[in-house]
Design a protein around this ligand. Structure first.
Ligand code: NDP
Length: 310
């Protein structure tokens, strides 16, 4: 017999931890399955300066650790279990993990989205040291720098435009000739005096691993084969995000890019299953908005349990 929990939370980023704090304080003894990237995207950022309540900023990992401590203080339980499959067609819902089965009356999905990276070892080594996938989070640190953004969709355009507030120059690198970005964003980018567009350009290496600070990019023009060094000190990825929701395919509604569709902010089409944070939010993707929807999901779970006599 597997144990039956009132609430299981999938994911331990901002959304999941906020849901954990609220459900724990409601005495639901939530179980948080921490997932592949414990702490979520904040755990790989450096200084967070836009989370209200920290006038001098706070390191991303520390913010996450504080939230976790707060949830534990009220009785949330954390497990590193790896989730193998879920069955939402039965109630209580059934979760199969590497360490056994768990049944739960409510499920809060806060499994987040992972930024896509190019996958270069030098890029990975310099995340947080000049390489970032979030202009809103890290742009401020690049005041007076020359920066490159890679990507050809709206995220890249938005990042490039945002970064012009700080950078002296923004190079927008795209691997093809034509762009996916919407016309209006594209026009703004083309018209911006600080942005230089480089098409048919791929990044082969980020320079500065030894120095632990970006000092340039090895780039190649895929049409001409020409190789050169782009002397930038910041490198932003704008090549999209992958919502971590594949496991729910066919059980709840996902949109065309795999994000969980929700009504009234956090309700999925299965009563008792709620989604919050970046796995259902392709628009704002901020720590504070993830925390906000995590709170909503917790309140909805509490309401659901109460209405069903638990
Ligand atoms: P997209 O999938 O639209 O674009 C990703 C871009 O990254 C593409 O140009 C793609 O190139 C490029 N890319 C992907 N992988 C690589 C790689 N390995 N190397 C180099 N380039 C790569 O993702 P977005 O995040 O830009 O947008 C997702 C959705 O969110 C869209 O619907 C968009 O409109 C929306 N959005 C809207 C915003 C707004 O309205 N303000 C802001 C941000 C996003 P290629 O074209 O060659 O495939």
């Amino acid at each position: 017999m597997s144990e039956i929990r009132d609430t299981v939370i999938l994911g331990s980023g901002c959304a999941g931890l906020t849901a954990a704090i609220y459900t724990a304080r409601a005495n639901l003894k939530p179980l948080v399955l921490e997932g592949h990237e414990p702490g979520g995207q904040l755990s790989i950022t450096t200084l967070v300066e836009n989370f209200p309540g920290w006038p001098d900023g706070i390191q991303g990992p520390e913010l996450i650790e504080n939230m976790k401590k707060q949830a534990v203080r009220f009785g949330a339980e954390f497990k590193m279990n790896h989730l193998v499959s879920v069955d939402l067609s039965v109630h209580p819902f059934r979760l199969k993990t590497g360490q056994g089965e768990i049944s739960t009356r409510t499920l809060i999905i806060a499994s987040g989205a992972s930024a896509r990276w190019l996958g270069l070892p030098s890029e990975q080594a310099l995340i947080g040291h000049g390489v970032s996938s979030c202009a809103t989070c890290d742009g401020f640190f690049f005041n007076g720098h020359d920066i490159a953004v890679v990507g050809g969709g709206d995220t890249a355009m938005e990042e490039a435009l945002f970064l012009t507030r700080f950078a002296t120059k923004v190079y927008l690198l795209h691997r093809r000739e034509s762009f996916r970005a919407s016309k209006v964003m594209m026009e703004r980018v083309i018209a911006h005096p600080k942005i230089e567009i480089m098409t048919n350009t791929v990044v082969e290496e980020v320079l500065g691993v030894e120095e632990k600070s970006v000092r340039g990019l090895n780039i190649r023009n895929v049409k001409t084969g020409d190789k050169s060094v782009l002397p930038v000190t910041g490198f932003f990825l704008g090549i999209g995000h992958e919502p971590n929701a594949k496991m729910f395919h066919g059980q709840i509604d996902l949109d065309e890019d795999g994000y969980i569709r929700t009504n009234d902010n956090v309700l999925t089409r299965v009563p008792g299953v709620f989604a919050c944070g970046d796995v259902q939010d392709r628009r704002y993707r901020q720590a504070i908005t993830a925390a906000g929807t995590g709170c909503m999901a917790a309140l909805e779970a509490e309401k659901y349990l109460e209405e069903h006599g638990h």
